[in-house]
Design a protein around this ligand. Sequence first.
Ligand SMILES: Nc1ncnc2c1ncn2[C@@H]1O[C@H](COP(=O)(O)OP(=O)(O)OP(=O)(O)O)[C@@H](O)[C@H]1O
Ligand SMILES: [Mg+2]
Length: 427
Amino acid sequence: MSESAPTSTPEQLRHAEGITGASILLDKVTKRYPGQAKPAVDGLTLEIPAGKMVMFVGPSGCGKTTTLKMINRLIEPTEGRIVLNGEDVTKKDGDQLRRKIGYVIQAGGLFPHMTVAANIAIVPKMLGWDKERIAARVDELLELVSLDPGVYRNRFPKELSGGQQQRVGVARALAADPPVLLMDEPFGAVDPITRQRLQDELLQIQADLQKTIVCVTHDFDEAVKLGDWIAIFDEGARLVQYDTPERILGDPANEFVENFIGSGAGLKQLTLTRVGDAPLAAAVTGRPGEAAADVLERVKTAGHGHAVIVDARQRPLQWLSRRQLSRLQTISPVLDPKLPVVGSRATLNDALDTMLVSSAGAALVTGRRDAFEGVIDVQTVMAAITKAHEAAAMDSMDAPVGTNTGAIPAAAEPAEPLAAGEGRTGQ
Ligand SMILES: Nc1ncnc2c1ncn2[C@@H]1O[C@H](COP(=O)(O)OP(=O)(O)OP(=O)(O)O)[C@@H](O)[C@H]1O
Ligand SMILES: [Mg+2]
């Protein structure tokens, strides 16, 4: 943000410019609500690394929302400190703090009497940006969340679908380029297909912007798909396990976690690998207007069974077998509506879905601007699962610190790095 105090360090400025997210530390944080026998959050210490996406899961009432809202001090902690990028913000002006922390709630939480543009402009306006800058930012953000600015900027929230409202909510939270984004069950209210698309968009946005994102969800699969780290809480925000999705699936800390994962842990591994990370097969390509015989010739030379027809911007149009090619004269520019296509950010699970309905038993993978990148097939998926298993078994990366009071002496930074098994459970 441009209004950083002159006292800001270069480090703070860099973060304030949104180049990367900020680290968050909850330091022995407790929340007691008046009239409640037990604390809603009980002596929680939690490290959230900069630029990562951390998912909070746990049973209803266990303190997820309370923990989340203490980060931007919408709820004030009874005890403990909130540290943002090394700076203790526990006593800082709450309104100022919240301008640096985007907040997204279910259904976007948009103001119904304000247009989409006005909703997104709230924080930039408070920061005193000029009109042109705000207008440009609104359009930029609408593009980022895949809404055509010309169509949507002047609409009111009630004129949008649930998924579109959610997108505007994300755009609003990102408006002033905050280093931190908090999300409380952001995709809880949309249908499964829209939810999948919104998740993919969030992953794309995160890959581009590298914010620090803390996201509460009820859906363990969503946590596995989105999270760099997953924090599993029990009542009183007691941390049961805090680790990578791979290690939680492969090595659940106890029965509570196992129950949380539910059945099909093996299948859930499929949500861990992105299509773009799997080795894709190359394909022979052809263009509309070419003689089909020429394309067929190239397919035969390569020893392939199919050719992918792409348009001038490399977007796939058709996927033709040798037999189909042999029946054609010239390649037409028509788009096959049933083309099995997955984006490179989709999970292997999504890819498998697409493959199973495709007659080719494989799918075309597209990347930026929907350009064709390669082919993914069932063998690739199986190989990627095996590789993921091996990688999870070999991986000895230290988890960030997460504990409740009493487990690890809080200020004691261990002389040696935490072993993989320590510091990630809260017993
Ligand atoms: N304002 C409040 N006053 C008193 N108790 C509260 C208040 N807000 C929350 N609580 C209690 O604190 C505990 C934690 O609530 P919180 O909303 O953080 O849970 P949660 O994990 O987000 O649950 P859910 O998954 O249902 O959203 C619950 O027992 C809840 O009843
Ligand atoms: Mg909640």
